[in-house]
Design a protein around this ligand. Structure first.
Ligand SMILES: [Zn+2]
Length: 267
């Protein structure tokens, strides 16, 4: 019996599409599965074929550990998630955040095997992904506490708009990067130069095509927060990034404003 069932009806295309994401250093890589967890049915401990699992609950999360992991192995993840939970939920103004399930593997091969089983494909390099508005998965590689917070930020946004995952991708990642405080100094990025800052369309490309959104997502969200406020970020999440509908300006005008702000603030 599988513990996670994917609700394909949440996808207009009827397919699951996952998009991996990475930050500038490439030391942190995330994957976001575009799907919904439709079942919280308890399962037998051996269902992943990894020799059993360990479960425990904290104030806001239900953990399930595989590959022989015990709670002490993931203490840093627990501490960081519980420590950031209130800030992110309050920031995004989610009035009743459900408990979230956090599944963690230590072995990359079994993490990928579960990914293949659940998502239908393997994204090599992925260190974490989300499963709808109440679930996230991690492997204990890279910087697991940071991965956990990034993925949890995605999970919180799915409690604002269930259809928000990668829709649009630039805002989906920009908000998670901002809430996970993954700031990258713009002047440190070769392509970030006054006169040639990226457009939203360029930031919206798939993981295979580019990783810029992980590097500039923080300063993109920060701009919206500074000019319009967090309520507008939340309105944009609800409206799938409809700049014109929410801000009353064109995308080109938005980009001009952001680019001028970047030049002022960071160059
Ligand atoms: Zn992400």
């Amino acid at each position: 019996m599988r513990e996670t069932r994917l609700d394909l009806s949440t996808r207009a295309t009827g397919t699951i599409r996952g998009v991996a994401c990475a930050v500038a250093s490439a030391t942190l890589v995330f994957f976001s599965a575009l799907s919904a967890c439709s079942s919280d049915t308890p399962t037998a401990p051996n269902d992943e074929g990894t020799g059993g699992s360990t479960t425990f609950a904290t104030t806001h999360f239900d953990f399930r550990l595989y590959d022989g992991l015990v709670r002490a192995d993931v203490d840093a993840v627990v501490t960081r998630l519980e420590g950031e939970h209130r800030r992110i939920v309050d920031d995004l103004e989610v009035p009743s955040m459900p408990r979230a399930r956090v599944e963690i593997w230590s072995n990359e091969a079994s993490f990928y095997a579960a990914m293949l089983d659940t998502v239908g494909t393997v994204y090599v390099g992925a260190k974490g992904y989300v499963l709808g508005p109440t679930g996230l998965r991690l492997v204990m590689l890279g910087d697991p506490p940071q991965t956990a917070v990034h993925e949890f930020a995605h999970v919180v946004t799915l409690n604002i708009n269930r259809g928000f995952a990668n829709n649009p991708r630039w805002l989906w990642e920009a908000v998670a990067v901002y809430e996970a405080e993954e700031f990258v100094e713009p002047a440190s990025l070769p392509y970030m130069r006054p006169g040639s800052f990226p457009t939203l369309q360029q930031l919206d490309v798939s993981f295979d095509q580019g990783h810029w959104i992980y590097q500039v997502g923080y300063v993109l969200t920060a701009y919206i927060v500074e000019i319009w406020g967090m309520d507008t970020v939340i309105a944009l999440i609800r409206a799938h990034g409809d700049i014109h509908g929410i801000l009353g300006i064109t995308v080109a005008e938005f980009e001009q404003g952001w680019h001028a702000w970047l030049a002022r603030e960071y160059f």
